[in-house]
Design a protein around this ligand. Structure first.
Ligand SMILES: [Zn+2]
Length: 291
């Protein structure tokens, strides 16, 4: 039984889709009200939202490792992570305060409507399958990573993040705003049916997902400055296969750098603005079918 669902937005303060969806639903709570569970609406990073910045001191969406949550910190986001974990978790608990978290993000990459899933819970994956059936344009990026999952949604036993783009930082786009809202309504309908133990019209067909393989950085000089940009023939082609010999980067010296890996992979988050400081130009994924 799912008793409480938290919809969270503004984890990155300059990703306005989530910030304003939360505001919209706070003003029209009937849209996210369902009969057999409670829906909480939370702005996770109020200071960053006010400043319209990704974060104040550090990335909140990388602040939920269990070890970090148990230590004292001076950083604003670390304190906020502690508060959110107390309010919604605690992480790993058998009796967490919320059962499902969906965290709203946007990206400057041309990701369309995407889910980023790190949870292994079967309920989470039933929800993913349901949403794929409802929304054929939806892409699913599975990030299991080798580090502990430190995302906001990791506080609850079930959940994922929604990433939509391309949207510049600090900007709202009506089409993606509306599509994100619709995805949330489908998710809430799914949870309502799950709670009623009725037949969940889960997608029994295999679904295609994109499994994280590795992060790819820009070419850099000895000082760490980038020396190339994403090649124009790769820009905006998220979820499209890249094969050995395809143009990848374009250097300041006007040279093309080609993709060298033997295995064709699928780049995501291509040229995401927030990832320049993190040191990667895109994520490389493998397309697999889940039966
Ligand atoms: Zn984000």
């Amino acid at each position: 039984m799912i008793n409480k669902v938290a919809i969270t937005g503004g984890t990155h303060g300059n990703e306005l889709t989530g910030v304003y969806l939360i505001k919209k639903w706070q003003e029209q709570p009937n849209l996210v009200h369902r009969e057999n569970f409670e829906t909480l609406l939370i702005h996770t990073n109020p200071k960053a939202i006010k400043a319209c910045r990704r974060y104040i001191d550090k990335d909140l969406n990388r602040s939920f490792q269990t070890t970090q949550l148990n230590e004292e910190h001076d950083h604003y986001e670390a304190k906020r992570a502690y508060e959110l974990n107390t309010m919604l978790g605690p992480k790993g608990s058998k009796n967490p305060k919320v059962d499902f978290i969906v965290d709203l993000h946007s990206t400057t990459a041309n990701m369309g409507l995407s889910l980023v899933v790190s949870s292994q819970s079967s309920l989470t994956w039933d929800a993913v399958r349901y949403l794929c059936a409802k929304e054929p344009k939806l892409h699913v990026y599975r990030w299991m990573g080798d580090e502990e999952d430190a995302f906001v949604d990791s506080i609850a036993p079930h959940g994922f993040a929604i990433e939509v783009g391309a949207i510049p930082q600090g900007v709202l786009r009506a089409n993606l705003f509306t599509q994100t809202a619709q995805l949330i309504y489908h998710l809430l309908d799914f949870i309502q049916r799950y709670n009623k133990h009725k037949n969940i019209p889960t997608n029994q067909n295999p679904i295609e997902i994109y499994d994280h393989v590795k992060l790819l950085d820009y070419p850099r000089d000895a000082n760490g400055d980038i020396t190339a940009m994403v090649h124009e023939q790769r820009q905006d082609r998220d979820y499209q296969k890249i094969t050995k010999g395809d143009p990848l980067f374009y250097t300041l010296a006007e040279k093309t750098i080609y993709y060298e890996e033997e295995e064709p992979l699928y780049p995501l988050f291509i040229n995401e603005a927030a990832y320049y400081e993190k040191g990667f130009a895109m994520c490389l994924t493998r397309k697999i079918t889940l039966t």
